[in-house]
Design a protein around this ligand. Structure first.
Ligand code: FRU
Length: 424
C-alpha cells in the first residue's frame, strides 16, 4: 500500500497482516477462548434506554480510573420505544428487535456512575442536543486529564461523514453522585484521507471510527488507534500471497474476499494536548480476511503491546469465519510486527449456541473484559430471542506471552477502578 510522507521522514513501519491462514485457525467453542453462556434471565440497566458500546473513564496510560471513589462509564445509548406506533408490529405488539436494530442511527453518548464498579446509575447525556455536529455520536474514549477532573472525550461524529473529534469537559462529584459539565465545544481532528484509509467516496460501506488515544509506554509520545479500511476503490484490493499466508493445498481460492479490507489505524499527535494529529499507515490490516476491526485498544503488559479489536462473523471474507467477539495480536514494539494471539487471533468469542449473546468487548489492563448483551435465545432453538441493550457479565482472561485463557466470570457490568483520583 502507498503511504504519505510523514514527519518521521521515512514511513516508520509496514502494517502487520492478519492472514487467511491465521484465520483458518479460528475455532468457535474452544473453552479457553469462549465467553460463558449468558442466561436469558439477565437484568437490564434501564427500561428507558438501550446501551451498547461501553467506555470506562481511564487515564492516558489505559488505567481504569475512579474519581473521589466514583466509577464512571460512558455508553452509546438510544431511547427504547415501547409505545411508539412506529415500533408496533401487525398485532400491536412492541417490535423490540426492530427498535434495537435501528439504534445506531440515533446513538448518543450517555454516562453512568457507581460506588461499587457495578449497579450503575444513569447520569444523563454527555453533550446537550445540538452540541455534536452530526446525527450519530459513535464510540470513542473518555480520558481523565488531571486532578481538576478535566476529561477529553474522543469520539466519532457520524452522518454526514465520519470524523474523529474531541470535546473537553469536567467531571464533578458530590457525596450523592457524579455530573459532567462543559462538553460544549466539539473539535474535529481528522477524517479518512483516501491514501492510507478508505473514504466514503471509495466505498459506501467504509469504516472510520472508534478513537483510542494512549501514551506509548516506551517512547512516551501521544498516539491514537482507530478503526479503518485500507484505502482504495471498493473491489480494487488484491488478495495476494502475503494476505493469503501459508495455507494448505486446496485453500488458495480467495473468492470475493477482496471486498473485506479492515485495518487498525494509528495517528501520532504533533502537540501535547492532542489537538493536532498526523495519520500514519495502519498497524494491522485484514485484507481478504475481515471487513471490520472495530474499537481497537491496547493492554501494555510484560513490556509487550497487546492489541485488541472486536469483529463479527458477518464481516469475515469468503472461505474464512469466526465468532463475534474480541481478537488480539501481540508485538514487542508499538509498530510491530504483530502476531495473532493463540495463533488465530481469537481471544473471546461467543459460543456457537448463542452467536449474538455479547459484543463490543473491551479488554482492560487488569484482564477484565466488559461487553454488552445483544440477544440471547429463550427457547433452545434460537427462533425466540431476548434483546439485551444492557451490560453483559464481565469475563476475566489471563494473558500469557502469545496465549490467552478465560479464567473467571464476574457480575453484570463489573468494571472496577484500577486507581482512584482525588479531585482538587
Ligand atoms: C461497535 C460499533 C462501533 C461504532 C458503534 C456504532 O459495536 O459498531 O464500531 O462506533 O458500534 O453504534
Amino acid at each position: 500500500m502507498k503511504s504519505t510522507p510523514s514527519k518521521f521522514g521515512k514511513t516508520p513501519h509496514q502494517p502487520s497482516l492478519w492472514t487467511r491462514a491465521d484465520a483458518l485457525k479460528v475455532h468457535a467453542d474452544d473453552p479457553t477462548t469462549t465467553q460463558p453462556l449468558v442466561s436469558a434471565n439477565f437484568p437490564v440497566l434501564s427500561d428507558e434506554v438501550f446501551i451498547w458500546d461501553t467506555m470506562p473513564l481511564r487515564d492516558i496510560d489505559g488505567n481504569i480510573t475512579s474519581v473521589d471513589g466514583w466509577s464512571v462509564i460512558f455508553t452509546l445509548t438510544a431511547d427504547r420505544h415501547p409505545n411508539d406506533p412506529q415500533y408496533l408490529d401487525q398485532n400491536g405488539n412492541y417490535d423490540v428487535i426492530r427498535d434495537w436494530n435501528d439504534r445506531h442511527g440515533r446513538a448518543k453518548m450517555y454516562y453512568w456512575f457507581s460506588r461499587t464498579g457495578k449497579d450503575w446509575k444513569l447520569g444523563g447525556r454527555v453533550m446537550a442536543e445540538g452540541v455534536s455536529p452530526t446525527v450519530r455520536e459513535w464510540a470513542g474514549t473518555p480520558i481523565l486529564l488531571n486532578e481538576q477532573g478535566e476529561v477529553d472525550l474522543y469520539y466519532t461524529a457520524v452522518t454526514p461523514g465520519a470524523t474523529i473529534v474531541k470535546v473537553r469537559g469536567r467531571v464533578v462529584t458530590t457525596e450523592h453522585g457524579v455530573s459532567l459539565v462543559g462538553f460544549e465545544k466539539v473539535k474535529p481532528l481528522f477524517e479518512a484521507d483516501g491514501k492510507m484509509y478508505q473514504t466514503e467516496a471509495q466505498n459506501a460501506f467504509w469504516g472510520f471510527r472508534d478513537p483510542w488515544p494512549f501514551r506509548d509506554p516506551k517512547d512516551g509520545k501521544l498516539y491514537m488507534l482507530f478503526e479503518g479500511n485500507v484505502a482504495g476503490e471498493r473491489g480494487s484490493h488484491k488478495v495476494g500471497k502475503a494476505e493469503i499466508g501459508d495455507v494448505p493445498p486446496g485453500y488458495e481460492d480467495v473468492g470475493n474476499s477482496r471486498f473485506q479490507t479492515a485495518c487498525v489505524g494509528i495517528a501520532v499527535a504533533r502537540d501535547e494536548d492532542g489537538d493536532d494529529w498526523e495519520m500514519l499507515p495502519p498497524l494491522l490490516t485484514a485484507v481478504g480476511v475481515n471487513d471490520q476491526t472495530e474499537r481497537p485498544h491496547f493492554v501494555f503488559q510484560d513490556g509487550k503491546y497487546y492489541l485488541f479489536t472486536i469483529s463479527h462473523t458477518f464481516t469475515y471474507a469468503d472461505g474464512v469465519t469466526g465468532p463475534d467477539g474480541v481478537y488480539g495480536f501481540v508485538a514487542d514494539s508499538l509498530f510491530g510486527p504483530y502476531v495473532p494471539l493463540n495463533g488465530s487471533g481469537l481471544v473471546l468469542g461467543n459460543p456457537s449456541s448463542q452467536p449474538f449473546q455479547t459484543y463490543s468487548h473491551c479488554v482492560m489492563p487488569n484482564g477484565l473484559v466488559t461487553s454488552f448483551i445483544d440477544s440471547v435465545p429463550t427457547d433452545g432453538t434460537g427462533t425466540q430471542i431476548r434483546i439485551g441493550g444492557t451490560e453483559a457479565p464481565t469475563v476475566g482472561i489471563k494473558i500469557k506471552g502469545q496465549q490467552t485463557f478465560v479464567v473467571a466470570e464476574y457480575d453484570y457490568g463489573y468494571i472496577p477502578p484500577m486507581l482512584d483520583v482525588t479531585l482538587k
